[in-house]
Design a protein around this ligand. Structure first.
Ligand SMILES: NC(=O)c1ccc[n+]([C@@H]2O[C@H](COP(=O)([O-])OP(=O)(O)OC[C@H]3O[C@@H](n4cnc5c(N)ncnc54)[C@H](O)[C@@H]3O)[C@@H](O)[C@H]2O)c1
Length: 279
């Protein structure tokens, strides 16, 4: 059984966006470990290269290139290159995401730009990424699209995670990501292409570092805590399973949804959040 699981994605080829660091890097590593060839792409070429290098160093196959999911031509070019490198693409993980337009560490309110940037990357970025692969998957009558949303796109859970209202556009964008997943799943079902979302909970990545810094900057009672202590306290307070998720936890969920075992699952949004939100 262990052998079968380790080869869960043997013979598959995948593209992962925003895979230079954080959750995307973890997803790329798990897909590769399970046998997939991985096209690693990120806005930042250097980090994309380093994830691909890591995969190749442990015996996997990976190619890297920069792309911007907000630019349809850029992500389409990355997908075409992946198809020509690997001969096909079976799996597309649309992970790239942003929490704000900048300045979250100190901000209390969202800005107009926060709405635009989160919508452009977290919603239109998913559509641009799917558009870059869907024709290919439709023609092959085969494919798996996995969108990385957030449990923040589901039921509001009371007081804001940041101290003010800065993160509201992010949460709205993640709700839109889930609805996009449902609608695209309906469109693609007849072509044997499944579309699902993974909704991560709380992970210590540069994204959460900014949230913790925001809490610290704006809450005098947290002034003597480090950002990591603030993060750990948040996990402890909000999650029944009181430990943070890792990028690899999200990668394992994505690998399952990309595998043959998930052939009958489409249009779903899977929480990987230690039970923090149960819907
Ligand atoms: N960290 C968490 O607790 C958490 C929780 C829920 C959901 N998520 C989601 O997981 C995904 C990854 O988050 P993370 O924590 O790894 O964030 P991160 O900020 O650490 O990494 C995001 C990556 O996406 C890339 N990126 C940003 N804009 C891009 C663009 N326009 N085109 C291509 N790449 C771009 C960045 O260069 C970076 O490498 C996001 O969609 C995020 O919303 C994270």
């Amino acid at each position: 059984m262990a052998h079968r699981l380790s080869k869960q994605l043997a013979g598959k080829s995948a593209i992962v966006t925003g895979a230079g660091r954080g959750v995307g890097r973890g997803i790329a590593l798990v897909l590769a470990e399970r046998g997939a060839e991985v096209f690693v792409t990120d806005l930042d070429a250097e980090t994309a290269n380093s994830t691909a290098f890591e995969i190749r160093s442990s015996g996997g196959r990976a190619v890297a290139a920069a792309s911007d999911v907000t630019d349809p031509a850029s992500i389409a070019q990355a997908a075409s290159r992946a198809i020509s490198e690997f001969g096909k693409l079976d799996v597309c993980v649309a992970n790239a995401g942003v929490i704000d337009a900048g300045g979250l560490r100190e901000k209390y309110y969202y800005t107009d730009e926060d709405w635009d940037v989160t919508y452009r990357v977290n919603v239109k970025g998913l559509a641009n990424t799917a558009d870059a692969v869907r024709q290919h998957m439709q023609e092959r009558r085969q494919g798996r699209i996995v969108n990385i949303a957030s449990h923040g796109g589901r039921t509001p859970r009371g007081p804001s995670l940041g101290v003010g209202e800065t993160i509201l556009p992010y949460w709205v964008s993640k709700a839109a990501a889930i609805q996009w997943t449902h609608l695209l799943a309906q469109q693609m079902a007849r072509f044997n292409v499944t579309v699902n979302a993974v909704c991560p909970g709380t992970l210590w990545t540069p994204m959460w570092e900014k949230i913790a810094a925001n809490q610290r900057a704006l809450s005098p009672d947290l002034a003597d805590k480090s950002p990591r202590e603030i993060f750990d306290a948040s996990v402890e307070a909000r999650q029944p399973i009181a430990r943070p998720q890792t990028p690899e936890d999200i990668g394992r969920a994505a690998a399952f949804l990309a595998s043959d075992d998930a052939a009958e699952i489409t249009g779903q949004a899977l929480n990987v959040n230690g039970g923090a939100i149960m819907n």
